[in-house]
Design a protein around this ligand. Structure first.
Ligand code: 13P
Length: 340
């Protein structure tokens, strides 16, 4: 465990004005996303699409890191450079998704547990050799009638802690992602309560597994109203409740917190981050680690056509820039109109 390397990596991941691109969609998720723009989900097309994102001129000003999928970390850019080295040359830290997705929890209807612990240490060694310096594991928490249960919160916290310990032992920064899903008709109050319970369970498990708080990054969902809830909370309320839940549960020793977008609109994800980052005296830097909220306009512009690469890169550059400003509390809605 190289603590200096872990500290350097974690600090660089949350450097001021920068955030992280999540480009670690599994091939199944990619297929769903590509279908929306009628692009064929072949290995070559996935490589071409990721390559256009990574190769966007100037995007390194706003990106500290990229989360790769196992297939992508083994692919090369057009000039034949393996993607991890290609990113590192641009000053972007390569990361890797190491979980193997979710399955149903037996005897806990409607709840999920994340798999991927078997053989994880060996895989981390290989990923480190390939250049990965941080690794993501996503746990999924669903809000519904009588769920999440204690069983679900603790099973997921335990898995997150075991993965985080394995990462730190391999000198790879764990990016711990317990995602409370947006889906459902629950209120924002309920979301806040569940987010707090989830984070509390997660940090208790991390401590029990000797995970060092100084050498990890939390990737969390925001506290928002359920997608089908009749009362949709505004930007300030989302920001206040999210920061309150984090302050109650996340140790100040931690180098930073990043957010997932979770199905929020592109601009809502930016506005929420901006409102939080503008708050005074936060114990940690806050920034983005979005997939959909960074990629949606780029994917829509690309549509699988090589002739659209330039338009897709402009769209991606714009969202990365807007979120880079939001991470400093310097974004304004007018900036979106100027670009349109
Ligand atoms: P979204 O920003 O699309 O939620 O994706 C982030 C992520 O990494 C999910 O695991």
């Amino acid at each position: 465990m190289d603590k200096q390397l872990l500290s350097r990596t974690a600090a660089a991941m949350v450097a001021r004005g920068k955030g992280i691109l999540a480009a670690d969609e599994s091939s199944g998720t990619c297929e769903t996303r590509f279908k929306t723009v009628r692009a064929d989900c072949t290995e070559q097309n996935r490589r071409a699409y990721r390559g256009l994102l990574f190769g966007t001129p100037g995007v390194e000003q706003f990106l500290s890191g990229v989360i790769l999928f196992d297939e992508t970390i083994r692919q090369k850019s057009d000039d034949g450079t393996p993607f991890p080295q290609y990113l590192a040359k641009k000053g972007i830290i390569p990361g890797i998704k190491v979980d193997k997705g979710v399955v149903d929890i037996p005897l806990s209807p409607g709840e999920k547990i994340t798999e991927g612990l078997d053989g994880l240490s060996k895989r981390l060694e290989e990923y480190f050799q390939m250049g990965a310096r941080f690794a993501k594991w996503r746990a999924v928490i669903t809000i519904g009638e009588a769920i999440p249960t204690h069983t679900c919160l603790y099973a997921n916290a335990h898995a997150l802690a075991r993965y985080a310990a394995a990462c730190q032992a391999a000198s790879i920064v764990p990016m711990i992602e317990p995602e409370v899903l947006l889906n459902g008709s629950h209120t924002i109050e309920r979301c806040e309560e569940v987010t707090e319970a989830c984070l509390r369970a997660t940090y208790a498990a991390l401590a029990a597994h000797n995970v060092s708080f100084e050498h990890l990054i939390l990737k969390t969902s925001m506290v928002v109203s359920g997608k089908e809830c009749p009362r949709q909370a505004g930007v300030d309320e989302v920001a206040e409740r999210t920061v309150r839940a984090l302050k109650r549960t996340v140790p100040a020793a931690q180098p930073g917190v990043v957010f997932l977008s979770g199905g929020q609109s592109d601009v809502a994800a930016t506005a929420h981050l901006n409102a939080m980052a503008a708050m005074k005296n936060l114990p940690w830097p806050l920034t983005f680690s979005y997939s959909r909220a960074l990629q949606n306009p780029a994917l829509a512009a690309w549509r699988g056509q090589p002739g659209n690469v330039g338009a897709a890169q402009s769209a991606f550059h714009h969202r990365a820039q807007m979120n880079g400003l939001a991470a400093q509390g310097k974004w304004k809605p007018e900036l979106e109109k100027q670009a349109a």
